[in-house]
Design a protein around this ligand. Sequence first.
Ligand code: ADP
Length: 484
Amino acid sequence: MLQLKDPSLLRQQAYINGEWSDADNGATLAVTNPATGEQLGTVPLMGTAETRRAIVAANAAWPAWRKKSAKERAVILRKWNDLILENTEDLAQLMTAEQGKPLAESRGEVAYGASFIEWFGEEAKRVSGETLASPWPDRRLVVTKEPIGVCAAITPWNFPIAMITRKAGPALAAGCPMVLKPAESTPYCALALAVLAERAGVPAGVFSVVTGTPKDIGAEMTSNPTVRKLTFTGSTAVGRLLMEQSAKTIKKLSLELGGNAPFIVFDDADLDAAVEGALASKYRNAGQTCVCANRIYVQDGVYEQFAEKLVAAVAKLKVGNGADEGVTQGPLIDEKAVQKVEQHVADALAKGGRLLAGGKRHALGHSFFQPTVIADVTSDMIVATEETFGPLAPLFRFTTDEQAVELANNTEFGLASYFYSRDIGRIWRVAEGLESGMVGVNTGLISNEIAPFGGVKQSGLGREGSHYGLDDYLVIKYICLGGI
Ligand code: ADP
């Protein structure tokens, strides 16, 4: 069992309206460590009724929360941020235990996650309206911004803290309460965040965490008219379903969905830098991020050299339990995730792919998979169109710039893309030509709280992080003041 410095951070109950609660029927859901298969504990298996109660409580808490000044809310958010940072080690231990990522990455995520709370607390002080030039001499036109109201959030397991704070930060800062449903496999980080929110002074009902059956909780969140906005990070399939369900009550939506990121290496690239970027982008969190490089396109002239260097770098990755020092690759989240990687590998090899590294389950068992590199990958293979979400780097070959951009854009997704080049003309042409919400040029890591994160095409709607991210939680009101 986990040994935390502050054992009260590990909660096996949900947090609704400031109270720690079990499911109405007492049902529970097991939470396991993917590196060992060990059961860490349980959380309540809640559904419709409990979700409804959390929504009612959020709505009741809303007037007092929105009435506070932005600065008063910022003071509480700052406290929350500080508490998260003070408890970095425990939160990182919890994260590695339930999610599997190496401790160093977990610690990094705690800092990254806290940054959204700090940033939005500060940023919300600058939510300002506007006075427009009036076409009438006796009337004035004023635009104000108001919090949208009760928000519901559904988050994934790959970033158990950051995907929550990136939503709760702007919602709470803007003056909105939030009801959160974390992923089934990583509820403990979410509940620990609730413990710290409570300690920071977030009032009861302003931030509730409901654990349980996704379908039932999601159905209530999307159909309940009190919920004005739904924010979701996860697969495109579930995003599509939630959008459909939200249509009846016309909810405002933020959807951060799947990606299929291209990573293009041009022949003028600094190859060592490109290898380093590819490694960071592809193998971070064992390939389980929506901005992970999914398709690596390498220009003819440097193809074999890049492949050789990448394979050498991949050989240095250390697979193991994320809690052990020096490990850089943890397990995948579950058996289903391993099967998907296996399917992508088998398909690529059957269609002529050349295996350069890995390719199989790791000897450690459970859901460990070998870091894998496959060369001679072509557009007819599954990896070209589907997000692998695992440690498989497929190397495609291309000849011209136009071909690279066309291949990169040949997907329904448009979240992140990356490319390496030192030619300024090419950099602008390609950056402008890529159909994605984010472009990394000569870097494989682009996320931070100050920049807008989000996609185009079927990768989603809205932006998270940055001052744009606050707009998703605000509505505009136009006041026409006459009788002057
Ligand atoms: P992944 O494949 O990465 O697990 P999902 O889209 O399935 O992505 O999961 C992201 C989040 O969506 C999780 O919190 C999960 O519980 C939730 N989820 C999955 N199915 C539904 C559903 N039908 N309604 C609401 N939430 C869902």
